[in-house]
Design a protein around this ligand. Structure first.
Ligand SMILES: Cc1cc2nc3c(=O)[nH]c(=O)nc-3n(C[C@H](O)[C@H](O)[C@H](O)COP(=O)(O)OP(=O)(O)OC[C@H]3O[C@@H](n4cnc5c(N)ncnc54)[C@H](O)[C@@H]3O)c2cc1C
Length: 461
C-alpha cells in the first residue's frame, strides 16, 4: 500500500511514558505520528495514578514529617498532625505542571492527540470512541495496566481501596492493612507508617522484594519492622470482609487482621481487554500482557507494544526507553545504543532502595569471582550533617578485572546515588579503580563510592 493510503506512519495508543517516548522519537525522525488517549488528559497512569502522585505524596509526607521531628520545632511546642487533604494538596499542582509540559511536546511537534478509547478494527485501522477512524502503517500499543481486582473483593466498599483509589482517601486512617508486598505495597506501607498510621503488610511470598540483593532486602525488612510495620509473610487471603467500622482480612492460615482501611496491592492487569485485539489476531496472556521480541514487535511485526502492557519491569523509566526503542525501529534503525536491558530499580520506601546490575545471589550462582566493597552512610560526614545515617552502598566487582558488576544502595537519595555507579559500570574503560583514584567533593553522599571502593580493594590479595 502507498504511504498516502495511510493517515499516519505511526499511530500510538496511550500517552504514558511508553507512548510519549515512541511518538516523540518517531516524530523527530520525520514520521507522521498521531496518538490516542482515553483519559481526559495526557500523561498516562504514570502521571495521574502511579509514579507522579505517589512520589509527590511521599515527598510531602517525608519533608513534612522531617520538619515535625526537628528538635527546634519540638522545642517551640509545635505538635500538629497534617490532614490527608493538606498532604495531597501539592500533588494536584505537580500533576498539572506535568500535563502542561507534556502537552507542549505534542503541540510543538505537531502530533495530533485523539481523545477517546481506541480499538483495532483491522490490521491497519483503529477507531476512536469519538467516532473518528485512523489508518496507520505501524502502531505502538502502550496502554499500560490497571490494578487487578479479584471478583470476590468488594471494591465498592468505602474502606476497601486499590492503588488507584487510595489516592482519594479523604481522612487519615488509624490503621491500614496492605495486601501484597511488591514495590507498590511496600512503598505505601512506608508512606502510611511515616504519618503515624498502624500498618499491617501482608506478603504472599516468603521475603520482601525477592529480586533485590539479599542484604538490601534484610535491611528493608529490619527498618520497616523497626518503624513499627507488622509484616506477615507466606499468607494468602481467604476473604476480605468490609464492615461499618473497618475491614477484616481473613487469611487461609486462620489469622484475622482488622484495620480501619484495606489496600489491595496484589497484581496488575494489562489494558488489552477492550482493544479489539481479536480483530487483528493478537492474543494477550492471562494477565492481559502482550509478548514482544527484542525490538518490541508483537506477533504482528508492524504492531509494537511497550511499557507496562508487556510486563516486567513495569517502570516508567523502562517504558520511556522501550517506547523510544520502538520508535527508532519504526524509523528503520535498530535500537541504536539504547540500553533496554540492565535497567536500574528505584524503590521509594523508607529507607529508599536502588540497584543496578547483578546481585550477590546471581553472581554466586554463575560462579563469578567477585568481591564486595561497602560504605555505611553513618560514617559519611554528609549523612551525619543531614541526619540521614541509615543506609549503605555496596559495590560488587570482578576480583580480577575490577569491572563493576552490580551496585546496590539503600538510604536517603539511593535512587540518585546509584546512577554514579551505573555510569562506571556501563563504561568500557572504567573499573573500580576510578572510584579509588578520583577526588569526590566533600562532604557528599557520592563519597560513599570512594569509601566502598577502598573497602573492597583492600580485601584483594
Ligand atoms: C502506585 C504506583 C507507583 C509507581 N511508582 C513508580 C516509580 O516510582 N518509578 C517508576 O519508574 N515507575 C513507577 N510506577 C510504574 C509506572 O507508573 C508505570 O511503569 C508507567 O506508568 C508505565 O507507562 P506506560 O506508558 O506503559 O503506561 P501508562 O502510564 O499506564 O499509560 C497508559 C495510557 O494508555 C491509556 N489507554 C489505555 N487503553 C487505551 C485505549 N484503548 N485507548 C486510548 N488510550 C488508552 C491510559 O488511559 C493511559 O493514559 C508506579 C506505578 C504505580 C501504580
Amino acid at each position: 500500500m502507498a504511504d498516502n493510503d495511510f493517515d499516519f506512519d505511526l499511530f500510538v495508543i496511550g500517552t504514558g511514558p511508553g507512548g510519549e517516548g515512541a511518538a516523540m522519537q518517531a516524530r523527530k525522525g520525520g514520521l507522521r505520528v498521531g496518538i490516542a488517549e482515553r483519559y481526559r488528559q495526557i500523561g498516562g497512569g504514570c502521571t495521574h495514578w502511579g509514579t507522579i502522585p505517589s512520589k509527590a505524596l511521599r515527598y510531602t509526607i517525608t519533608s513534612t514529617m522531617n520538619v515535625m521531628k526537628n528538635p527546634v520545632f519540638r522545642e517551640m511546642g509545635i505538635h500538629t498532625s497534617p490532614t490527608m487533604e493538606q498532604l495531597r494538596r501539592g500533588t494536584a499542582e505537580i500533576i498539572a505542571k506535568q500535563v502542561t509540559m507534556r502537552q507542549s511536546f505534542y503541540d510543538r511537534n505537531s502530533v495530533p492527540i485523539y481523545f477517546g478509547h481506541a480499538r483495532f478494527v483491522d490490521d491497519h485501522t483503529v477507531t476512536i470512541e469519538n467516532g473518528e477512524t485512523v489508518r496507520s502503517k505501524a502502531f505502538v500499543i502502550s496502554t499500560g495496566t490497571r490494578p487487578y481486582r479479584p471478583p470476590e473483593v468488594d471494591f465498592d466498599h468505602p474502606r476497601i481501596f486499590d492503588s488507584d483509589t487510595i489516592l482519594d482517601l479523604a481522612e487519615k486512617p488509624t490503621s491500614i492493612t496492605i495486601y501484597g508486598a511488591g514495590v507498590i505495597g511496600t512503598e505505601y506501607a512506608s508512606m502510611y507508617r511515616n504519618i503515624g498510621v498502624k500498618v499491617n503488610l501482608v506478603n504472599t511470598r516468603g521475603k520482601l522484594l525477592e529480586f533485590l540483593d539479599d542484604e538490601i532486602v534484610d535491611a528493608l525488612s529490619y527498618h520497616l519492622r523497626d518503624q513499627g510495620v507488622v509484616i506477615r509473610h507466606n499468607e494468602t487471603f481467604d476473604r476480605i470482609e468490609g464492615q461499618d467500622d473497618g475491614v477484616v482480612l481473613h487469611l487461609q492460615s486462620g489469622k484475622q487482621i482488622k484495620s480501619d482501611v484495606f489496600l489491595w496491592a496484589n497484581g496488575r492487569t494489562g489494558n488489552t481487554d477492550d482493544l479489539g485485539l481479536d480483530a487483528i489476531g493478537l492474543v494477550p496472556n492471562k494477565r492481559g500482557q502482550l509478548d514482544v521480541d527484542d525490538q518490541f514487535q508483537t506477533a504482528k511485526k508492524h504492531i509494537y507494544a511497550v511499557g507496562d502492557v508487556i510486563g516486567y519491569p513495569s517502570l516508567a523509566s523502562a517504558a520511556y526507553t522501550q517506547g523510544r526503542a520502538a520508535g527508532m525501529h519504526v524509523l528503520g534503525r535498530k535500537d541504536g545504543n539504547l540500553r533496554v536491558k540492565d535497567l536500574p530499580t528505584g524503590i521509594y520506601t523508607s529507607p529508599e532502595i536502588s540497584s543496578v546490575g547483578q546481585t550477590e545471589r546471581e553472581l554466586t550462582e554463575r560462579r563469578v569471582p567477585y568481591e564486595v566493597g561497602q560504605s555505611q552512610f553513618k560514617s559519611l560526614a554528609r549523612a551525619q550533617i543531614m541526619g540521614t545515617t541509615v543506609g549503605m552502598l555496596k559495590i560488587l566487582f570482578h576480583r580480577e578485572t575490577l569491572k563493576i558488576l552490580g551496585v546496590h544502595c539503600f538510604g536517603a537519595n539511593a535512587s540518585e546515588i546509584v546512577h554514579i555507579g551505573q555510569a562506571v559500570m556501563d563504561s568500557e574503560d572504567l573499573t573500580l579503580e576510578y572510584f579509588v583514584e578520583t577526588t569526590f567533593n566533600y562532604p557528599t553522599m557520592a563519597e560513599a563510592y570512594r569509601v566502598a571502593a577502598l573497602n573492597g580493594y583492600n580485601r584483594l590479595f
